[in-house]
Design a protein around this ligand. Structure first.
Ligand code: SME
Length: 177
């Protein structure tokens, strides 16, 4: 924890530092993708790793764009969601897919776009996955604490999203888990 000691003022250089846990996780994610038996197994492994390494990441799922909808692919969490198909433009997930912007919702109850999945969810982050400038999917993470996600999570998950892009299922049937 940062704490001022003895009244000494410390100036920090303006550099963006990646938390060590994120750098370590990116290396593990890259290795898992390289070692997986195929793209579907690789995406499931990445979802599992994110869930297992970061306690605030209560529920982690991948949605793939399928026409004008998002369809749920691999996920890990305490329970399944009923939202296995979400129209682009609907919910926080659909908003991120429509805009191509990462969405961080600190308090889901305060966001009128929010589509409720789990009673325990208090906050959410949704990070688009791009291919050639087009949104092809997204990472959706739900947290059971208010404000569980910040810009460091966004930058980290955007790097994970770039690693997931080449793993997109090629056919509509394959996009459904
Ligand atoms: N809460 C999301 C729906 C997906 S579930 O969280 C898994 C939304 O508002 O789009």
């Amino acid at each position: 924890m940062g704490r001022a000691l003895g009244g000494t003022s410390v100036s920090h250089p303006v550099i963006e530092e990646r938390p060590a846990a994120h750098g370590d996780a990116l290396n593990v994610v890259r290795a898992a993708i390289a070692e997986a038996a195929g793209p579907g197994a690789a995406v499931q492994r990445v979802v599992d790793l994110l869930h297992d390494r970061f306690p605030p990441y209560d529920w982690v799922g991948i949605y793939w764009v399928d026409g004008s909808d998002l369809v749920l692919g691999p996920w890990t969490g305490p329970e399944a969601t009923d939202h296995t198909r979400i129209p682009i433009g609907t919910g926080v997930c659909g908003a991120a897919a429509a805009s191509g912007q990462t969405e961080i919702v600190a308090d889901v109850e305060a966001d009128p776009r929010y589509l409720a999945c789990f009673a325990s969810t208090k906050s959410e982050i949704v990070v688009p996955i791009f291919d050639g400038g087009a949104v092809i999917g997204e990472i959706d993470v739900d947290g059971s604490d208010l404000g569980a996600f910040d810009d460091a999570d966004a930058r980290f998950l955007e790097e994970v999203a770039a690693l997931l892009a080449p793993l997109r299922p090629r056919t509509s049937a394959d996009r459904r888990s």
